[in-house]
Design a protein around this ligand. Structure first.
Ligand code: NDP
Length: 331
């Protein structure tokens, strides 16, 4: 039998956490033959709710779930974890300045970085979900210098999946037949959902999405804004944020990272930029990546037209500003 893998979820008593932990316990992330031990962290005011989630996990009698740690102690939460899904964060509240939100999150991610660095298992993989996700991940990377930078990522898979969903609806094809969309940049409204290289599987072979849609104005306009604004549309409809799809795509992110992407398919991940596609090095930026043997690699050599170039640069500029703001909060 396989040794259990320890998976940390921070902010586990929150909305996304509540949707995410049962998926993990059912084997959605690492497969139906991989036992898991869940580490759930939340802050003291959420301790009782967190214990309620633990009770439900016991009640669900998941065969793969070999243990549950529910704690408000960050060291206990981080000890021995192989995978860390960072969902906890200070929420945007009405009337709060961007800098105030940033400041709160920077200090959270700085302290959690130290705990992970000291106590997580070697080669622990980290994905940050909490906003501002890219910049939180960057702070985590900076304050956990012994964790390899390739192990620290942020979630843009939800945006990626949203783009697949929009193309599937528009073309009236199955979402599993659409692939290779790209989310570039920040997990924010400046992200660039790009279908220039996306394809659809049809009975007569793979066809490029731009040719099938045959509506450049829609692809450059409404498609992009729909994906960018989808989170807000869901809040409006549900009066709550998109926790189900955020949780599901966090599972997709980890699964593909650990188990690999299918041949000929890439996914979007926020990763530490090495300067590929002239994106400034040293930002956590969403790129198209393939994964193999537990490591991601940025897809190289894709053509970038003038329209795309502007969009890639705009979202990079926003991330550069966020980085400066984050650092100003630290000093
Ligand atoms: P959610 O579980 O809905 O969201 C958690 C984080 O994920 C937020 O930062 C949210 O950003 C972000 N996020 C990223 N993508 C999405 C998406 N598609 N849909 C929704 N959220 C997304 O928040 P809750 O308030 O329910 O839960 C947060 C938990 O974190 C609570 O249990 C709380 O106690 C804990 N917490 C921990 C802190 C700490 O560790 N020190 C500090 C504060 C809270 P956005 O805010 O932009 O929606």
């Amino acid at each position: 039998a396989k040794e259990p893998v320890r998976i940390l979820v921070t902010g586990a008593a929150g909305q996304i956490g509540y949707a995410l932990v049962p998926m993990i316990a059912r084997g959605v992330v690492l497969g139906a033959d991989q036992p898991v031990i869940l580490h759930m962290l939340d802050i003291a005011p959420a301790a009782e709710a967190l214990n309620g989630v633990k009770m439900e996990l016991v009640d669900a009698a998941f065969p793969l779930l070999k243990g549950v740690i529910a704690t408000t102690d960050v060291v206990e939460a981080c000890t021995g974890v192989n995978i860390a899904i960072m969902v906890g964060g200070f929420p945007r509240k009405e009337g709060m300045e961007r800098k105030d939100v940033m400041s709160k999150n920077v200090s959270i991610y700085k302290s959690q970085a130290s705990a992970l660095e000291k106590h997580a298992a070697a080669n622990c993989k980290v994905v940050v979900v909490a906003n501002p996700a890219n910049t939180n991940a960057l702070i985590l990377k900076e304050f956990a210098p012994s964790i390899p930078e390739k192990n620290i990522t942020c979630l843009t898979r939800l945006d990626h999946n949203r783009a697949l969903g929009q193309i599937s609806e528009r073309l009236n094809v199955q979402v599993c037949d659409v692939k290779n969309v790209i989310i570039w940049g920040n997990h924010s409204s400046t992200q660039y959902p790009d279908v220039s290289h996306a394809t659809v599987k049809t009975p007569s072979g793979e066809k490029p999405v731009p040719a099938l849609v045959a509506d450049d104005a829609w692809l450059k306009g409404e498609f992009i804004s729909t994906v960018q604004q989808r989170g807000a549309a869901i809040i409006k409809a549900r009066k709550l944020s998109s926790a189900l799809s955020a949780a599901s795509s966090a599972c997709d992110h980890i699964r593909d990272w650990v188990l690999g992407t299918p041949e000929g398919t890439w996914v979007s991940m926020g990763v530490y930029s090495d300067g590929s596609y002239n994106v400034p090095a040293g930002l956590i930026y969403s790129f198209p990546v393939t994964c193999r043997n537990g490591e991601w690699k940025i897809v190289q050599g894709l053509s970038i037209d003038e329209f795309s170039r502007k969009k890639l640069d705009l979202t990079a500029e926003e991330l550069t500003e966020e980085k400066a703001l984050a650092y100003s909060c630290l000093s």
